[in-house]
Design a protein around this ligand. Structure first.
Ligand code: AMP
Length: 439
């Protein structure tokens, strides 16, 4: 008996033709991040659960509700990575690289969170992220923000707003939390269960609550900006001045606390702002989030080492590019060669294989059969040119190549190309069409 399966809910198959948009984003990322001096790292998808508990924080939503955690056969508690900053820091320390004065990394890969699903929110999703270790200076914050900004511009996403905040230094936090607790405490009786829980577990997270009823209270809450140390305030001022010098616009957003415990000083997000209405992402409009985490490297057993990073949601960028009608040019075979059954088929397959090995996009139907069906196949794969490799062509040593993009009767509809000139002819045609080189 055959059994049908479906992909696990919230985990998507990425298929053609949309995969081309993914490849475009990944290709652009590798190019651009390389230019900016960032090297790729790939860490395992599974880590010790304790790594995330210790870094992301025990009372965050990610760790308390959203991790895919399991015991392996040796009884160790492991988790599918919900984010990649902690694994990257773990790798930096484990390989003795935290001793380097400056390290700049990027990564690209799947993350896993057991989230409530909606548009742009999945349980397996892909992040492109960058991390810079070793510089506490505002120039580092701004370099990283400018990198994210440039990448978004390079892939054609311009309708984004940069939100900026400073969470100050760890030493600034207790006084602020006290003030925040005092602000919300008199109203807790009227809170929803979820809000009361957040109040008790992590009061700062109330600032990015989605509950409308809490809005007025959040608006009037004390601002972390008023509790910053002089050093943190000066740093934040420098970040803003440098962004101004680079002409990167931003809005100050005092409620931007981000969902992870390890952030210090600068935090930022790029939020998609469609011209009209909500756009493809609905409420999941944040395409990139990041911030400074100056204590995490030390907290995970490394030296004191300032650091800053961001992560971008690739799934959301793909949705956005689709919505903006920005699909990469379709990949089309340049030539479709119809084959004859029998002895000539091996001649044709040899020719096709040689052309492919030279880098030409040549297609054929391995099933052979009626020429009429092979023409239909050529049309289905949107081949630009079509030719038959038959007895007459073989004897003559040339092909009659038809341009499928031209209407019947057009003057250049058919050309004769000698077999020994075919490769050069394909090079010329590809150049004239500006066909994309293979990645
Ligand atoms: P975070 O560190 O949680 O702010 O995540 C950084 C970015 O990853 C977000 O701005 C989103 O673009 C993306 N992201 C986070 N969670 C998901 C998810 N469940 N599904 C799709 N994208 C996500």
């Amino acid at each position: 008996m055959s059994v049908k399966f479906a992909a696990v809910k919230g985990m998507n198959d990425l298929l053609p033709p949309q995969i081309e948009t993914w490849q475009f984003l990944e290709h652009t990322a590798r190019q651009l991040f390389g230019v900016w001096g960032y090297s790729e790292v790939r860490t395992p998808i599974v880590e010790d659960t304790a790594l995330f508990v210790r870094s992301v924080g025990e009372v965050t939503d990610i760790v308390s509700k959203e991790m895919y955690t399991f015991d392996d056969k040796a009884g160790r508690s492991l988790s599918l990575r919900p984010e990649n900053t902690a694994p990257a820091v773990r790798a930096l320390i484990e390989h003795g690289l935290a001793q380097q004065p400056l390290t700049r990394w990027f990564y690209l890969g799947p993350m896993f969170r057991y989230e409530r699903m909606k548009t742009g929110r999945y349980r397996q999703f892909y992040q492109l992220g960058a991390e810079a270790y070793g510089a506490a200076d505002a120039a580092q914050d701004v370099e990283l923000i400018a990198l994210a900004h440039s990448f978004l511009a390079a892939v054609g996403v311009k309708q984004v707003t940069l939100h900026l905040n400073s969470l100050g230094d760890p030493a600034d936090r207790p006084r602020y939390l006290e003030a925040l607790t005092a602000h919300f405490a008199p109203h807790v009786g009227a809170f929803s269960d979820a809000a009361r829980d957040t109040f008790e577990r992590n009061v700062m997270r109330l600032l990015d609550t989605k509950e409308e009823a809490l809005r007025p209270l959040v608006e009037s809450a004390p601002r972390l900006g008023d509790f910053l140390s002089d050093a943190a305030r000066a740093h934040f001022g420098e970040v803003q001045a440098l962004l101004g010098a680079l002409k990167i616009p931003f809005v100050l957003d005092p409620t931007l606390v981000r969902g992870l415990d390890y952030y210090t000083r600068t935090t930022f997000e790029f939020v998609y702002q469609p011209v009209e209405g909500e756009g493809a992402l609905g409420t999941a409009g944040t395409v990139c989030g990041g911030g400074r985490y100056d204590v995490l490297v030390h907290q995970l057993g490394g030296p004191e080492k300032p650091a800053i990073g961001f992560a971008m949601g690739l799934d959301r960028l793909v949705l956005l590019l689709d919505d903006l009608g920005k699909r990469p040019a379709e990949r089309r075979p340049l030539l479709f060669l119809a084959t004859m059954d029998g002895a000539l088929k091996s001649q044709a397959v040899t020719l096709i294989t040689a052309l492919r090995q030279q880098g030409h996009q040549v297609d054929f139907d391995p099933r052979g059969g009626k020429i009429k069906r092979q023409i239909e196949r050529a049309a289905a794969v949107k081949a630009r040119f079509f030719a038959v490799y038959g007895e007459a062509e073989h004897q003559r040593g040339s092909l009659t190549v038809k341009n499928l993009d031209l209407p019947d009767g057009a003057p250049d509809k058919e050309v004769t190309v000698p077999l020994d000139a075919l490769s050069q002819w394909l090079v010329n045609v590809a150049a004239s069409l500006a066909v994309r080189p293979s990645p």
